[in-house]
Design a binder for this molecule. Structure first.
Ligand SMILES: [Zn+2]
Length: 260
């Protein structure tokens, strides 16, 4: 009898062990972004809340270790425009206009901005999304009218800012304060900071989001955390690692792309 009791006890102990292992591996399993499967873990929601309390620093892993080679050249398909496309002198270097060049959370807010404005009958053109430090340097050298920020000091260099302009009858309208205010209100309701509030320089086409971080944070490599309660971005770290590679590729290739 005692022997049977002992065996049952050992068996129970084994079962507990297996159960604990299963829970552990489930919790720490890495989630494959490329797999098409629905996965909402209540623990992740909690984690998102905890993470939202502190900005995180994204580890600098080489993208080759995270992504297969066939996904590594997407930056070459980003859309861009040349100088005077929207009627203004913006320097000789091309301007990236692709939404994919932005931080994913900010990108989706911008998409909302464009959609809501369109519903209100205001068509917005994207003038510039991500901006390389080289392009920022070009603006800086063109004078204070263009920017007061040097290379690496603009939110554009972190995929956290965008410049837009309303298009009326196929023409970019830069100087209609009423129109700008309508656009600005929509952006601010989406939680974006609007350059139309600024005076030096007044920049009504500019919207940005930093999750409360300052430029100093950004320069140090800290990137903003998506607010808790928002749509989760489970692969944000990987997306940002890849984005940073793409940004660097753009910086390297900008002069040749500009000449095309
Ligand atoms: Zn801007």
């Amino acid at each position: 009898m005692r022997r049977t009791q002992k065996m049952v006890f050992v068996l129970l102990l084994c079962l507990f062990e297996i159960e604990a292992e299963a829970q552990k591996s489930g919790l720490f399993d890495s989630f494959d972004c490329r797999k098409h499967e629905e996965f909402i873990d209540p623990d992740l929601l909690l984690l998102a809340e905890i993470l939202a309390l502190d900005p995180i620093i994204i580890p600098d892993l080489p993208p080759e270790e995270i992504f297969p080679p066939d996904t590594l050249e997407d930056w070459q398909s980003w859309s861009y425009v040349q100088n005077y496309t929207f009627g203004k002198d913006r320097g000789g270097m091309a301007m990236i206009t692709d939404l994919r060049a932005l931080h994913p959370f900010f990108r989706d807010r911008v998409a909302e901005l464009l959609k809501i404005c369109k519903e209100k009958g205001i068509e917005l053109a994207i003038v510039e999304t991500y901006r390389t430090p080289a392009k920022q340097f070009e603006y800086k050298s063109m004078g204070r009218r263009y920017t007061s920020s040097g290379a690496g000091r603009s939110k554009h260099q972190y995929g956290l800012a965008i410049d837009v302009v309303p298009i009326v009858d196929s023409i970019a309208v830069w100087d209609n304060p009423t129109l700008w205010r309508k656009v600005g209100v929509v952006g601010e309701k989406l939680g974006l900071r609007w350059g139309g509030r600024w005076r030096k320089p007044y920049d009504p086409g500019h919207f940005e989001w930093t999750g409360g971080l300052s430029t100093t944070h950004l320069v140090q490599g800290v990137l903003p955390v998506v607010p808790a309660g928002e749509l989760l971005y489970p692969c944000l770290d990987e997306d940002l690692t890849l984005l940073r590679k793409y940004w660097a590729e753009w910086e390297n290739s900008q002069s040749s792309l500009t000449r095309k």
